[in-house]
Design a protein around this ligand. Structure first.
Ligand code: HEM
Length: 438
């Protein structure tokens, strides 16, 4: 007979379930229940019965081997559907496969090589500015830097005032994604986010028209020209929806990782020193290129460790579209599943001494992640792993390489670096630093 036993756990209060404890601290919420119930447990989040999945076997099941039992569109909360519209993130099945194939070339291969110089130039401009400022709040500054990079490379925007207007609008969209109040009024977070999204759409409609007439080397031009195997391309509405998603997904996450990278390097002078030494081989070799970026194994290890200990995205939602069974428990269609990146990254059985920042756990001798391939999932995993992973890693390496070669920074006193995990993981006081050339 088919197993009908649901995973252990509690649905909490009527209607709101356990949503409040989850929103206050998603990491502790999932970790406490993991300790009590194990890698799969039930709860109720955002008004829906939910199964939380943790650990490499559960992740493998959800993101790869049984992915057809789950829907992205049915999983993410309503605000995501309202604000991120018909974009890759919320598509499923054939529609998703076709669009992902069309979008891949803009974020991989030869396109990436074309992006290096722009990333380096924008980084150099910010470094000069930071040298002059001497003291600043890095999370805010990285947000500007990564947005400039995303909007120049993805949309070809060159005007500083246009960039900062768009960046402000995107911050409102992000705040709306996680708003609990569902009312759409001019003063609610969701109402403001929808108004901001409409302004972004108006801007993007103009950009798409322009690129259709005069394609350049930015990602949107590549998307305008992309064709599937039947010779069809993305419609204007599809292009705009995908561009909103790329801009959104492409900067807050990278900002979060860069901020935590700088926190950890400041906290660990010996790691900083080793990383600086690795950079010495490139000094006097001119502008960076893809080949050089591939020759920084220690920096790569550091970035993996930042991804592990400070994942910008704490987890992902899915809707269950077909009944399935995991670890002997029944997961019914109509429920939702949440996989926890935070908790999986701190499992002692994968990463001994998980709270310590130790890039050598990824060295060729130790390779802690290789024993559990689904144990490092800061960019998701399986066939729908983050489409921007190569773009993001390249950008972070370029910024890090320049910081390591030429700058010194100190964390200013009297601030809290406690992690705030929603909307994107960042230190509470946003990392205020004193910054100077070496
Ligand atoms: C440090 C930087 C980044 C992190 C940590 C990150 C993280 C993630 C994660 C965890 C997912 C999977 C979510 C899920 O399973 O539900 C994802 C998907 C995605 N990311 Fe990223 N991301 C980053 C940068 C970027 C960039 C730079 C772009 C685009 C330029 C991007 C575009 C996307 C898109 C479009 C998806 C959906 C892919 C699909 O469903 O096929 N991301 N990202």
């Amino acid at each position: 007979m088919k197993n009908t036993q649901h995973p252990p756990g509690s649905f909490g209060l009527p209607i709101i379930g356990e949503t409040f404890s989850f929103v206050i601290d998603p990491y502790n919420f999932a970790n406490e229940r993991y300790q009590k119930y194990g890698p799969v447990f039930k709860t109720n989040l955002l008004g829906r019965p939910t199964v939380v999945m943790i650990g490499t076997e559960a992740i493998e099941f959800l993101l790869s081997s049984h992915m057809e039992y789950f829907s992205w569109r049915e999983g993410w909360p309503q605000n995501f559907q309202t604000l991120l519209g018909e974009s890759l993130f919320l598509q499923d099945g054939e529609e998703h496969r076709r669009n992902r194939r069309l979008m891949m070339p803009a974020l991989h291969g030869p396109a990436l090589a074309n992006y290096v110089a722009t990333m380096e130039k924008i980084t150099a401009d910010y470094l000069k500015q930071w040298e002059k400022q001497q003291e600043f709040t890095w999370f805010e500054e990285f947000k500007k830097l990564t947005f400039d990079i995303a909007s120049q490379l993805l949309l070809g925007t060159n005007s500083a005032s246009e960039n900062s207007r768009l960046s402000r609008l995107f911050t409102q969209v992000t705040n709306g994604l996680f708003a609990i109040n569902p009312l759409v009024l001019p003063f609610t977070k969701l109402g403001k986010a929808i108004a901001a999204r409409n302004q972004i759409l108006e801007h993007l409609a103009l950009v798409v028209k322009e690129r259709q007439q005069n394609p350049t080397k930015d990602a949107i031009s590549l998307l305008v020209q992309a064709k599937d195997e039947d010779g069809n391309s993305l419609s204007e509405t599809e292009l705009i929806a995908q561009a909103v998603l790329l801009l959104f997904a492409g900067h807050e996450t990278t900002t979060s990782m860069l901020t935590w990278l700088c926190v950890e390097l400041a906290r660990h002078p010996e790691i900083l020193q080793r990383a600086r030494e690795e950079q010495l081989q490139f000094v006097n070799k001119g502008a960076l290129n893809l080949e050089q970026l591939g020759q920084m194994p220690y920096l790569e290890q550091i970035l993996w460790e930042v991804e592990r200990l400070h994942p910008p995205v704490g987890g992902g939602f899915r809707g269950v579209v077909k009944d399935c069974e995991f670890n002997g428990f029944h997961i019914p269609a109509g429920w939702q599943v949440l996989y926890s990146i935070f908790v999986t990254h701190r499992l002692e059985q994968i990463y001994p001494n998980p709270e310590s920042f130790d890039p050598d756990r990824f060295s060729s001798q130790r390779q802690e992640n290789k024993q559990s391939p689904s144990g490092l999932i800061g960019f998701g995993g399986g066939p729908r792993v983050c489409i921007g992973i190569a773009f993001a890693k390249m950008e972070m390496k370029i910024v890090a390489a320049h910081l390591l070669r030429s700058y010194h920074w100190e964390i200013l006193p009297n601030q809290s670096l406690d992690p705030v995990r929603i909307p994107t993981n960042h230190p509470k006081d946003n990392l205020r630093v004193r910054f100077s050339p070496l």
